[in-house]
Design a protein. Sequence first.
Length: 485
Amino acid sequence: MALTRREVLATGMSGAAAVTTPHPSAPSADTRILTGTIPPGAPDFVEIPLDVPRGVSELRVAYAYGKPPVPPGTPGNALDIGIFDERGTALGGRGFRGWSGGARGEFFLRADDATPGYLPGPIGAGRWHVLLGPYTVAPQGLPYEITVRFAFGEPGRTPRPVYPPGRARGRGRAWYRGDCHIHSVHSDGRRTPAEIAALARAAGLDFINSSEHNTHSAHAAWADALSPDLLIMTGEEITTRTGHVLAVGTDPGTFVDWRYRARDNRFGRFARTIRGAGGLVVPAHPHATCIGCAWKFGFADADAVEVWNGPWTPDDEVSLASWDATLRGADGERWLPAVANSDHHRDPDRVGGPQTVVLAEDLTREAVLAGMRAGRSYGAESAQVSVAFEAVGPRGEHAGIGERLRVAPDADVTVRLTVTGAPGCELRLVTDQGPAVTSSDAALEWHTTPARSAYVRAEVRHPATLPPLPGALAAFTNPVWLPAG
């Protein structure tokens, strides 16, 4: 089940303690069939105990569930699945062994290999738990059947993971293009990491971020996709019941748990986990309309926010406006930068459509994340679109995107915007008081003062198809700050 803002599919929304019984016709000791029914109003996740005997070299799990007809407008059954090993199911603990949501109906684990979304490793004896996530439950309940098969033999050897390097061939201090929200076959995407890397290079990208739903299994899957001029960062899309958040650029092998809601007051703990692993906390598609997609945790723990997710839609317009509203009370010292990503899963999704263009000291993980954290970035619909945006004071003082121009409150400030690769688009400047000026030319110059404008940011819009609604974005910038003090 693809958990995207454009599809009401993915990890769950409600569930309750299920009754699980051994199937009376289980054919042999190496096969177990577990059944139960999850009623409406159940808890978010259901842990199904699974006792694994000694000597197991491979564990295979398949599941199915009932999909009874429901009245129009009533959600039917949708059930996700994952597994924890004998180390337990504690929140943020070490027992996590994989999650596929609703993307596949079966998976396997061995010491030397595992289904994408799952982690290879020893099949230790003891009590494991199959984790069910009922996304939606029909009024009749959600009956399920889980078939577990054990193969016995030598355990095999777990290979040491090979992770992408933290540096690629760059151009020194430059603008680098990237897409930090991409899904492969390791969650609910349709392409392999190697295929995604090829698409990224073809789209003119310099960096990407691995962001699978609720698993870090892809971190060690990029060896066949490495290219000297493509930086591959590792992360996760933490897909909770009350919003999704991107972990961008975490240390390879970092797992971030997702089994909580905003009301549980636990997000701060996992935001610290992301930052402690060197990454950025980036709420994704905060105003998406799919079940569980809209962001409910607030932005106090965020490092940036994804205001543009895939093709431009009305919820992106709301996200952009809501983000701009947070800037009105900022002073340029503590503010939330905005980013743009594709949320690529499958055709017609387009890797790099949109993308974030970051001013970084070099093409390294640390430099790219520093540029994003500082807001030295803009969003563009493709690599064809380039934006130059600056504010210049009366004595030649200069500030670019995400920077502060320190001049007297009444000083004349010249704002310049130049755009290439967006023919026919409208250029807009927006301040803390709202839209300030528009132009149909490829370049725009405007004068203001810090007393009049706390910040200036730019938008590049396609012609409107339904006036007076604005046209879709071709690009946007983070603000240039004009502090009056």
